[in-house]
Ligand binder design. Structure first.
Ligand SMILES: O=P(O)(O)OC[C@H]1O[C@H](OP(=O)(O)OP(=O)(O)O)[C@H](O)[C@@H]1O
Ligand SMILES: O=c1cc[nH]c(=O)[nH]1
Length: 173
């Protein structure tokens, strides 16, 4: 497998900052927002957006962690490690994930969310949209659009779990 860095730490940081500004611009009632990070790296991304919102607007936005494994259509797990300790009914949810590919993870996340309550609105923020959707799902906030071949893989590395911030593309060639 050949790997090449396509996004470095600084560019990744800028993309997260831009997503945060877009969230501020497009959500007038910020007190209704709840960030929900999709495990694993979506949670760290959501935490970074939460920190930026605090720095830029002085806002403390609640954050939950979504485990999509129990709701997947391909493989399933009995244990659900979702932790969302706020009532999501009538709230504006922003789902956060690192990569958007087929859209199946997001479908599972929405399934998990509606089991917990009835949000007013659900938006989606992703660091990378690599295309190849298999469901009618799109992101509202996109850090980087990275056109890929199906055989390639996007690897997002984050300091919190990988020791550094970087986005790589991997291919057999
Ligand atoms: O749009 P999709 O085709 O569903 O792909 C996107 C998902 O794939 C990856 O998760 P993965 O299942 O690799 O789990 P991980 O984040 O825990 O590594 C990524 O973090 C997204 O959640
Ligand atoms: O390329 C991909 C596809 C799904 N999830 C990833 O993290 N990378």
């Amino acid at each position: 497998m050949k790997q090449k860095e396509i996004i470095d730490e600084i560019t990744m940081k800028r993309a997260i900052t831009r997503i945060t500004y877009e969230i501020i611009e497009r959500n007038k009632e910020m007190d209704q927002l709840v960030l929900v990070g999709i495990k694993t790296r979506g949670v760290f991304l959501a935490q970074r957006i939460q920190e930026r919102l605090k720095q830029l607007e002085g806002l403390s936005i609640p954050l939950g962690e979504m485990d999509t494994k129990p709701f997947r259509d391909d493989r399933q797990a009995d244990v659900d490690t979702t932790e969302i300790n706020v009532d999501i009914t009538d709230k504006d949810i922003i789902l956060v994930d690192d990569v958007l590919y087929t859209g199946r993870t997001i479908r599972a996340a929405i399934d998990g969310l509606v089991k917990l309550g009835r949000p007013a609105r659900v938006q989606l923020a992703v660091l990378v949209d690599r295309g190849h959707r298999e469901l009618p799902i799109r992101a509202d906030y996109i850090g980087k659009n990275i056109p890929t071949a199906k055989e390639e893989e996007i690897i997002v590395q984050m300091n919190e779990c990988d020791g550094s911030d970087s986005i790589l593309i991997a291919s057999e060639l």
